[in-house]
Design a protein around this ligand. Structure first.
Ligand SMILES: Cc1cc2nc3c(=O)[nH]c(=O)nc-3n(C[C@H](O)[C@H](O)[C@H](O)COP(=O)(O)O)c2cc1C
Length: 203
């Protein structure tokens, strides 16, 4: 780890479009990246993310065809498809609270059920909330490790879903490319003033 503060990592993270295609992360680096990333929070601790690490070069090339031919897809050291299991909340939810005290365990399981049961919009929205948090964690840990990243939704979600055999009750949130940057990002432009994006009390 580089020892950047969280604020420094946030300031240094940029969407980078050029990567050294010969660079690979070591197994130890990948473990460090993933171990930290998956500490990100999910509501009720349901951890409904299922991240596909696309290592197969041919598959990367096929995904690139469906992603506006963006070079990050094939050139980055890692191409991660952040997929979410819409139904994770009901797939043995007791796993998510194993080891907690009995009173908490008894209280939380019915709450999980009540929160999601019969509410497809909530189930889906929750996927995208968690996906965004995961993506940012991934990019900040990568930055701390000296790597660049690019979050991406410029691709045909249906076609890419077919290429990775996405299960029926899963959605793809976005993909994130990570690697050794070879291209300076564009200067930061167009940042809206705080007075527009930060609202006091109510609209
Ligand atoms: C959800 C999401 C999808 C994005 N999709 C793409 C993409 O497909 N290709 C790309 O080059 N950049 C993509 N970007 C990068 C944005 O253009 C970039 O984050 C934004 O311009 C701000 O720049 P910065 O990240 O360097 O601060 C995406 C960013 C986000 C958050």
């Amino acid at each position: 780890m580089s020892g950047l503060s969280v604020c420094q990592a946030i300031a240094a993270r940029r969407a980078v479009k050029g990567f050294d295609s010969s660079h690979e992360l070591s197994e130890e680096e990948k473990k460090q990246l993933f171990d930290h990333t998956f500490l990100a929070p999910t509501a009720f601790n349901i951890q409904h993310w299922r991240v596909v690490n696309v290592e197969d070069k041919e598959l990367r090339a096929k995904i690139r065809e469906q992603a506006w031919n963006q070079p990050q897809v094939t050139d980055a050291s890692l191409l991660l498809l952040l997929c979410m299991d819409i139904n994770a909340w009901k797939k043995k939810p007791e796993r998510y609270w194993e080891g907690v005290s009995q009173p908490v365990f008894d209280m939380i399981l019915p709450k999980i059920h009540a929160y999601y049961y019969g509410k497809p919009q909530v189930q889906r929205d929750e996927c995208f909330r968690s996906c965004g948090i995961l993506a940012m964690s991934l990019m900040l840990v990568a930055r701390d490790m000296g790597y660049e990243s690019c979050p991406m939704d410029g691709f045909d979600f249906e076609a890419v879903g077919k290429l990775i055999n996405l299960p029926q009750d899963y959605v793809i949130g976005m993909m994130v490319a990570i690697g050794k940057g070879t291209k300076e990002p564009h200067p930061r432009v167009g940042k809206l003033p705080l007075s527009e994006v930060l609202v006091k009390n109510h609209f």
